[in-house]
Ligand binder design. Structure first.
Ligand SMILES: CC(C)(COP(=O)(O)OP(=O)(O)OC[C@H]1O[C@@H](n2cnc3c(N)ncnc32)[C@H](O)[C@@H]1OP(=O)(O)O)[C@@H](O)C(=O)NCCC(=O)NCCS
Length: 446
């Protein structure tokens, strides 16, 4: 018996199905991840804010654990205008007096209520139908005053001191969105006016968030030909900030906070122009995204120094020379002795160095200029650098390393160095010894 062949219909491409299927890897990837999103009061005041909230609700519905940090600057400024008071800015920092603080409290409260109201919507036939989102705010951020700088008292302007990450985690674990204002509280019961970018980055760091997303007011990070920079590392952002003097103060703060988050373990930080419709969805669910993504340092290595490291080494050693920890070396001397140095390089920046001055006849070498940048200490880089220098010495058939130090004796002693009188050192070297400096000599047999 013949079975009638079923006629297969030719498949018509369906953009909706294609699009939905293509976004599924991202949906899986983001589910259960913790994302901190910050936006300014400008976004809240904009007519399109409801759409942004709908997108946030969608992210929540897809299982992303969300922390929202909002600003309130235009709302504060409007209140100040009504009271005929002006917010003062000195060196880019705002001064919050009593009148300004009361406006900040009012504005932050109002903005919070507006966001909560939008997140509570659930009208049938709207994007929020059936969303049933719980929102929780609270005293998650402890702050301290910025204090008096260059004679100016910044009043109630503060900076983040601590984040109660555990409390925020509980809120997220209960399935709610955490909504956090640009305010912090002190153990003395005071309220401080904080920058939303500072709060968001501190929270992302404290929570160990997977992402920090900052919605910005400007067009974002662009190169000299005005093309969007889609992927950057902190080092590049810093170089760009140095080159461009004209970036808006708010954006500078946001960049600074993004770099800090990145350096403190937040793997991905996104800077997105909030004027782009659906910017969060486009960034998170398409391959190329629409904004700038900052990723943490890709690699770190220890290697022999090259001539183009001289600038970085000078920058690293300068403060230590000024405080008398290390002996001053001129650029010329460094340039001629550069091959004696090894450097720790992170993203193209020199964050550690050491030098080896060998006396091959005596089989001994001086280990000098051992330094790790203060921001990167206590991460075993000193140890790794020492090991690297010991290996370098061994490869030159050096049997003993000696070091001169005024303030770091214990660090070397704990790593196998023992004290030695100056006269046991190579004669050539003794002639150079600066008795006035009174450095102690330590030696280690390899
Ligand atoms: C000494 C130095 C290179 C260590 O770098 P590092 O990357 O922090 O080193 P490690 O992470 O391997 O070691 C950190 C440990 O050394 C200790 N340490 C740092 N400086 C010390 C000092 N001056 N004396 C004694 N211990 C010291 C830290 O307390 C820490 O101890 P812990 O692990 O018990 O908490 C760095 O502190 C530095 O650059 N100091 C200034 C320059 C200097 O003194 N150089 C020596 C010139 S001779």
């Amino acid at each position: 018996m013949k079975v009638a062949k079923r006629k297969r219909k030719r498949k018509q491409p369906d953009p909706f199905i294609d699009w939905f299927r293509s976004s599924s890897p991202y949906i899986h990837a983001h589910r259960g991840k913790t994302v901190v999103i910050s936006f300014g009061g400008e976004a809240v005041a904009d007519d399109s804010f409801a759409e942004l909230v709908h997108d946030i609700a969608l992210l929540h519905g897809l299982g992303i654990r969300l922390v929202l940090v909002h600003g309130a600057r235009p709302q504060v400024e409007e209140r100040l205008r009504l009271r005929k008071v002006e917010m003062q800015y000195i060196n880019g920092l705002r001064v919050t007096d009593d009148a300004a603080l009361s406006c900040v409290k009012e504005a932050a409260g109002t903005v919070r209520v507006e966001i909560e109201a939008l997140l509570s919507m659930g009208l049938a036939n709207s994007p929020m139908a059936g969303a049933k989102i719980r929102v929780a705010s609270g005293n998650f951020v402890t702050a301290q005053p910025i204090g008096v700088r260059d004679g100016t008292d910044y009043g109630h302007t503060g900076q983040v001191r601590r984040v109660d990450a555990e409390a925020i985690r509980q809120v997220l674990a209960a399935g709610a969105i955490a909504l956090i204002p640009p305010l912090g509280y002190s153990p003395t019961g005071e309220v401080f006016n904080l920058g939303a970018a500072d709060v968001a980055s501190a929270i992302a760091i404290g929570l160990g968030a997977d992402k920090l997303i900052t919605l910005i007011e400007c067009k974002g990070l662009r190169d000299s030909r005005n093309r969007m920079l889609t992927n950057v590392i902190p080092q590049e952002v810093e170089a760009l900030v140095k080159r461009r003097k004209q970036l808006p103060e708010d954006f500078l703060q946001q960049l600074h906070s993004a770099v800090k988050a990145c350096r403190s373990g937040v793997e991905r930080t996104h800077l997105l122009d909030r004027h782009i419709d659906g910017v969060l969805l486009k960034e998170l669910f398409t391959r190329d995204g629409v904004g700038t993504m900052l990723t943490a340092e890709p690699y770190e290595e220890i290697r022999t120094a090259r001539i183009d490291d001289v600038g970085g080494i000078l920058e690293l050693l300068g403060p230590l020379e000024e405080s008398g920890v290390l002996v001053r070396r001129s650029r010329e001397l460094l340039e001629t002795e550069i091959e004696r140095f090894s450097v720790v390089e992170l993203d193209g920046a020199v964050i550690g160095c050491a030098a080896l001055y060998s006396y091959p006849k005596e089989g001994i070498a001086e280990l000098a200029c051992v330094a790790v940048h203060p921001d990167y200490r206590n991460g075993k880089r000193g140890d790794t650098l020492l090991q690297h220098m010991e290996n370098r010495a061994r490869s030159e058939s050096i049997g003993q390393l000696f070091v001169l130090t005024t303030q770091t004796a214990h660090w070397f002693r704990e790593r196998g160095f023992t004290a030695l009188p100056v006269k046991s050192l190579p004669i050539k070297w003794q002639e150079l010894y600066n008795y006035k400096r009174g450095s102690k000599v330590f030696v280690k047999t390899l």
